[in-house]
Design a protein around this ligand. Structure first.
Ligand code: ZN
Length: 305
C-alpha cells in the first residue's frame, strides 16, 4: 500500500517536472537563439547610434597666452568654453570679431580662475549670450564679481553644470561629465568637463580638472563612451596634476591640444605629460608654439587646418 502511494507521488512529480522541464527547455532554447543572434544584447545594451550629420563643425583653441579659451562654431550657433585672462581679453574679442561671431548659444566658464574667466565680462559685453553654464563654485575675487555682474547685465540664462546633462546646438551634442563631487580642496577640480560630439567625432574639454576629478569620472563612466574621445583638450595646461595615465587611456584620444603661454612661469606643459601623450601615440598641438589651433570635424573625421 505504502509503495503504491509512493509510486503515485513520484509519477505526479515527474508529470509536474515534465511540464516545467519542457517550459524550461523551450525558454533556454529561445534565450540561446536570442543570445547567439545578438538580439538579446541589442535589446538590453542598445548601441547609441548617432544619426548622420551634415556640414561641419570647427573647434578653435584660441591663443590667450597662459589660459584657456575655445570656440566651437556650428552652422547654427556658437559655443565658447572659457574666456582666457584679463590681459588677453582684447585679443579674444579681436578673434571673435575676425570670425564674425557676435552670438553665443552657450558660454561655459569652467571654473572661477582668472586664466579662464578673465575675459568673461568683455565677451558678455561684446556678444549676445543666450545661456551661461557654470560649476556650482564661487570666488571672492574681483574678476568673479565682474563676470557675475556681466551675466546679470546680459540677462543670459544661468545653468549650473550637472553631470550627464546634455545640450544641443544643431547636430552638436554637449554633455557635462564633471564636476561630479562637491567642495573640492582645489578649485581646479570644480572644472566643468564637457564632451562635444558631432556625428562620430568627439572632443573633450577638461578645463583645469585634476587627478581627483579624473578619478571620479573613471569611477562613474568607466571605459568607452562617454569618456572615449577623439581629441583631448589636455587638463590644466599640461600640468602634471592632470592627465593621469588611467584617464588618458580611458579617453584614448588620437589628438590633443595643450593651451598654455609661451615661457610661462609654471613650466606648463610638463615634460612627463608630453612623454605620456607620446607613449599613447597621441598627436598633440600647443598654443604656446603654434598660436591658435583650428580643428574641423565633418562628422566622421577631425582635421587640423
Ligand atoms: Zn587654468
Amino acid at each position: 500500500m505504502a509503495t503504491k502511494k509512493k509510486n503515485r507521488k513520484v509519477k505526479r512529480l515527474l508529470k509536474k517536472l515534465g511540464v516545467f522541464g519542457g517550459i524550461i527547455v523551450v525558454l533556454l532554447a529561445v534565450l540561446g537563439y536570442l543570445y547567439t543572434s545578438g538580439l538579446l544584447e541589442e535589446w538590453f545594451f542598445p548601441k547609441e547610434e548617432e544619426a548622420p550629420v551634415e556640414g561641419s563643425v570647427e573647434f578653435h583653441f584660441i591663443d590667450v597666452g597662459q589660459g584657456d579659451a575655445a570656440l566651437i562654431r556650428t552652422e547654427v550657433g556658437n559655443v565658447l568654453i572659457d574666456a582666457g585672462t584679463n590681459a588677453s581679453e582684447e585679443a579674444l574679442i579681436a578673434y571673435l570679431k575676425a570670425e564674425g561671431v557676435k552670438e553665443l548659444a552657450y558660454a561655459v566658464f569652467t571654473h572661477p580662475h582668472e586664466d579662464h574667466i578673465g575675459g568673461a565680462d568683455a565677451v558678455l559685453e561684446y556678444c549676445d549670450v543666450e545661456k551661461v553654464i557654470l560649476p556650482d563654485a564661487t570666488a571672492t575675487t574681483k574678476v568673479f564679481a565682474r563676470m557675475m555682474d556681466a551675466i546679470e547685465a546680459e540677462g543670459a540664462d544661468l545653468i549650473m553644470a550637472k553631470p550627464e546633462a546634455t545640450y544641443r546646438v544643431g547636430d552638436l551634442k554637449l554633455t557635462v561629465l564633471a564636476p561630479i563631487g562637491k567642495d573640492y580642496k582645489d578649485v581646479n577640480n570644480e572644472s566643468v568637463v564637457l564632451r562635444a560630439a558631432f556625428g562620430d567625432t568627439s572632443v573633450l574639454f577638461t578645463g583645469d580638472a585634476e587627478d581627483v576629478s579624473e578619478e571620479e569620472m573613471l569611477q562613474r563612466y568607466g571605459k568607452g563612451d562617454p569618456l572615449d574621445c577623439d581629441l583631448l583638450k589636455v587638463g590644466h595646461h599640461g600640468s602634471d596634476s592632470s592627465t593621469t595615465e588611467a584617464f588618458l587611456k580611458a579617453v584614448s584620444p588620437e589628438y590633443a591640444v595643450i593651451s598654455c603661454g609661451e615661457g610661462n612661469d609654471y613650466g606648463h606643459p610638463k615634460q612627463s605629460i608630453l612623454q605620456r601623450l607620446e607613449a599613447e601615440d597621441v598627436t598633440y598641438w600647443r598654443t604656446d608654439l603654434e598660436g591658435s589651433i583650428v580643428v574641423v570635424s565633418d562628422g566622421e573625421n577631425l582635421k587640423k587646418e
